[in-house]
Design a protein around this ligand. Structure first.
Ligand code: GLY
Length: 362
């Protein structure tokens, strides 16, 4: 089974990528584990619950259903889940299994980070976005009115179990939203992955089993390498935020309701690519190639009626803004990015507007 190691100071843990990976769940539970709490959504449980039930047979476990939705990734939901754990036999020996998409991985991970001051979590991501990004690397948290993921904790899991077979039931739009995160990984760190996504676009969209697990594995390998080098995002890990600076602003501006996270990142990657070129970091040919590749996995919902000025105004409240300086991750060529701050706000506004104009009529 392809397996990658995330080596961080709190712990090193495996990330398994293979059909049937969820069947290995019991092997990754600690000796003496108490009650297992599977945090999931009704749709994921209905479609894939048996993949978790089988390895947990004979163990004490409870299923906690979370309603889902970015707008529900809030402290109030966390509290409700923690209350359920406390009344249903949770204690310090309990383990959370976060079984679902990025929202469940973030919220379930944060629940584990905070319940009784911290219990273990196993991440079992079921969307492409969660498999290649949210489920790997220990970032957990919830949203505030003021912005995304503003309350949270680094809480590394015991293991991440990725079964590419579960992608077959993902709505097509969600799958494409995840593909933008894979493309992001190629643009920031791997020309090989970028080319795979450009050349094999049709097979990837068709979920070809000869291509998709390989694509997921390449993306996971990069995520594991980056997190191992810089768990706390003081340096290299910041490159994973390519497209997220303006992407987060767009999600907040649209009330977390109009776009999926990956779609907002697609917008943010377009804007950052324009910005990189306008600021003199990226050649025109590479800019065009990156924009074309993003378009290959479109369209995203129309962005008509959004104000670029409002998006830029939101950037100062983002976690990536340090001492009032906005940091951007900008491509310098395909497979390499640079973290840049102190850019002229007029340039940022122009780039944000250029990407909005391209997508206004989509
Ligand atoms: N999603 C970005 C990171 O894990 O750092």
């Amino acid at each position: 089974m392809p397996s990658f190691v995330v080596a961080t100071q709190p712990r090193s843990y495996p990330v398994l990528v293979a059909p049937g990976a969820l069947g290995a769940l019991a092997e990754h539970l600690p000796r003496g584990a108490g009650k297992i709490f599977v945090v999931t959504t009704a749709d994921v449980w209905e479609l894939h619950g048996r993949r978790i039930e089988a390895p947990l047979a004979g163990r004490a476990y409870e299923v906690l259903l979370f309603p889902g939705g970015e707008e529900r990734k809030r402290l109030a939901e966390l509290e409700a889940l923690a209350e359920q754990m406390a009344t249903r036999g949770g204690d310090r020996t309990s383990v959370v299994v976060a079984f679902g998409g990025g929202i469940v991985n973030d919220l379930g991970g944060f629940l584990a980070a905070t319940f009784m001051r911290g219990i273990p979590v196993i991440q079992a991501p079921t969307t492409l976005l969660a498999q290649v990004d949210a489920g790997v690397g220990g970032k957990t948290g919830v949203n505030l009115e003021a912005g995304k993921n503003l309350v949270g904790a680094f809480h590394q899991p015991l293991a991440v179990l990725i079964d590419p077979d579960v992608l077959a039931t993902l709505p097509e739009r969600e799958y494409r939203a995840g593909l933008y995160e894979v493309l992001k990984t190629g643009i920031i760190r791997s020309e090989r992955l970028f080319r795979l996504m450009v050349e094999e676009r049709d097979r990837i969209l068709d979920l070809d089993p000869d291509v998709v697990p390989e694509m997921v594995a390449q993306a996971v390998a990069i995520k594991a390498e980056v997190v191992s080098a810089d768990e706390r995002e003081s340096d290299l890990r910041r490159i994973l935020n390519f497209g997220h600076t303006l992407g987060h602003a767009l999600e907040a501006e649209t009330g977390y309701a109009r776009l999926l996270h990956g779609e907002a990142v697609a917008y943010g990657m377009r804007a950052a690519t324009h910005l990189a070129h306008r600021a003199g970091y990226l050649a025109g040919a590479d800019r065009d190639e990156i924009l074309r590749a993003i378009t290959l996995y479109g369209p995203i919902p129309s962005l008509g009626g959004i104000s670029a000025a409002n998006l830029v105004a939101r950037l100062v409240r983002d976690k990536k803004t340090v001492h009032g300086r906005i940091h951007f991750v900008l491509p310098v060529r395909i497979g390499e990015v640079k973290v840049v701050s102190g850019l002229d706000e007029a340039l940022v506004l122009e780039a944000a507007q250029a990407a909005l104009d391209e997508l206004a009529a989509a």
